[in-house]
Design a protein around this ligand. Structure first.
Ligand SMILES: Cc1cc2nc3c(=O)[nH]c(=O)nc-3n(C[C@H](O)[C@H](O)[C@H](O)COP(=O)(O)OP(=O)(O)OC[C@H]3O[C@@H](n4cnc5c(N)ncnc54)[C@H](O)[C@@H]3O)c2cc1C
Length: 304
C-alpha cells in the first residue's frame, strides 16, 4: 500500500478545504488535485499544484489581455497548429507539481530529465521506510534476445520463485543491516552510524519520494520518451498515469500531443524517398534503400 490511512485522511481534509480563486482552474485537474494514484507495489503520483489550462496556452500564443479564449473550436485549432509546428513556448505557460513515490532505479532514469525542478526526500535527515519494489510475476522476464535494452520471455516456475525469494531476502537483509547500523545502544556504547552513511547498503529497489515540477512542454517531452513502449515498464507505468492526469487537465493540448507526438512517427529523408518509391510501385530492398540494416529493420517494423 502506498499511503497510510492517516495520510489518506489528510488528503481528504485538504480536498475539503476549498478556497475561491480568481485564477484559471481546470475542472478535470481540480477533480484530481491531491488525490494519490497508486503505481507499482508501493509507489504513487499525486498532483500538488498546477497552473494554466488549454485557454492559457492560447492566451499566451495570442498575447491576450483577458482570458484569451475565443470559441473552443478556435482554441483547439490553434493548439493543434502550435503542436504541429513545434511552436512550443505557449505550452511552457502551464505548469504542474507532483508528489511521486518511486523505486530508486526508476528515479535514476527519471532524474535525467533536466528541465524540471526536484526536491527529494532526504535520507541524510530522515530514515527510509522498509519499502522495496518487488516485480509482479508478469513482469519477471528474461533478457531480450533482440533488444539489449529490453525484456523477453517470462520466467516461470522454480526460477521465477527463486528470483522473487532472492529479491525479498536481499531487501530485508539489507534493511535489517541498515537499521542495525543506525541504532545506538547506550548499554554497549554503540554510537550508531550517521543516516547519510548507513543508507549506502540499501538496494536500488528501495522507494524514494520527491516533489517534481515541470512545464507542459517539457512534460510532453518526458511523456513521449517514457510512455513509449521502448521505455522500461517500471517508469512507463508512472508516465501512463501522468498521461491520464494531463488528459484531464488540458484535454485539447493532450489530444494534439497524442496525435502529433505520442502516436506519430518521424520519417528520415531516406525513408521518405523509399515510401515515395514504394507508392510508385517499386519493390525497394534494404540494399537499394540506402539505409543500414538497423534502420531498415525499424522501417519495416513501422511500415511493413
Ligand atoms: C529508451 C531510453 C533509453 C535510454 N538509455 C540511456 C542510456 O543507456 N544511458 C544514458 O545515459 N541515458 C539513457 N537515456 C536517457 C536519455 O539519454 C536522456 O538523458 C533522457 O531521455 C532525458 O532526455 P532529455 O535530455 O532530452 O531531457 P531534458 O533533460 O528534460 O532536456 C530536454 C531538452 O532540453 C535541452 N537540454 C536540457 N539540458 C541541456 C543541456 N545541458 N545542454 C543542452 N541542451 C539541453 C535538450 O534539447 C533536451 O532534449 C535513455 C532514455 C530513453 C527514453
Amino acid at each position: 500500500m502506498s499511503l497510510t490511512p492517516e495520510q489518506r485522511a489528510e488528503i481528504a481534509a485538504q480536498r475539503e478545504a476549498a478556497t475561491p480563486t480568481l485564477r484559471t482552474t481546470s475542472p478535470g485537474m481540480e477533480a484530481r488535485l491531491y488525490t494519490a494514484h497508486d503505481v507499482l507495489d508501493h509507489g504513487l503520483i499525486r498532483v500538488i499544484d498546477y497552473m494554466g489550462d488549454d485557454a492559457a496556452i492560447c492566451q499566451a500564443a495570442r498575447v491576450s489581455y483577458g482570458r484569451g479564449t475565443k470559441a473552443v473550436s478556435d482554441d483547439r485549432g490553434l493548439i493543434r497548429y502550435l503542436m504541429r509546428h513545434w511552436h512550443s513556448t505557449p505550452f511552457e505557460m502551464c505548469e504542474i507539481k507532483v508528489h511521486v513515490k518511486l523505486p530508486v532505479f526508476v528515479a535514476r532514469q527519471w532524474i535525467r530529465h533536466r528541465t524540471a525542478n526536484v526536491n527529494e526526500y532526504s535520507a541524510r535527515y530522515s530514515i527510509l521506510d522498509r519499502e522495496f519494489y518487488i516485480p509482479a510475476p508478469d513482469q519477471l522476464a528474461a533478457q531480450s534476445v533482440v533488444n539489449n535494452q529490453g525484456r523477453g520471455q517470462l520466467l516461470e516456475g522454480a526460477e521465477a520463485a527463486r528470483v522473487l525469494d532472492l529479491l525479498r531476502e536481499d531487501a530485508m537483509r539489507a534493511y535489517d543491516h541498515y537499521e542495525d547500523m543506525l541504532t545506538p545502544d547506550a548499554d554497549t556504547g554503540k554510537l550508531g552510524l550517521a543516516r547519510e552513511l548507513a543508507r549506502m547498503n540499501l538496494p536500488a529497489n528501495i522507494y524514494t519520494q520527491w516533489y517534481w515540477k515541470i512545464d507542459l512542454h517539457n512534460l510532453f517531452h518526458f511523456l513521449r520518451l517514457r510512455a513509449d513502449v521502448h521505455a522500461q515498464y517500471e517508469i512507463r507505468v508512472y508516465a501512463q498515469v501522468l498521461c491520464e492526469i494531463v488528459k484531464d487537465w488540458v484535454p485539447q493540448a493532450y489530444e494534439a500531443f497524442e496525435d502529433y507526438r505520442l502516436g506519430a512517427v518521424s520519417v528520415s529523408s531516406k525513408a521518405k524517398e523509399v515510401l515515395k518509391r514504394r507508392l510508385a510501385g517499386e519493390a525497394v530492398t534494404q540494399e537499394t534503400s540506402g539505409m543500414s540494416k538497423g534502420e531498415w529493420r525499424e522501417f519495416v517494423e513501422e511500415w511493413g
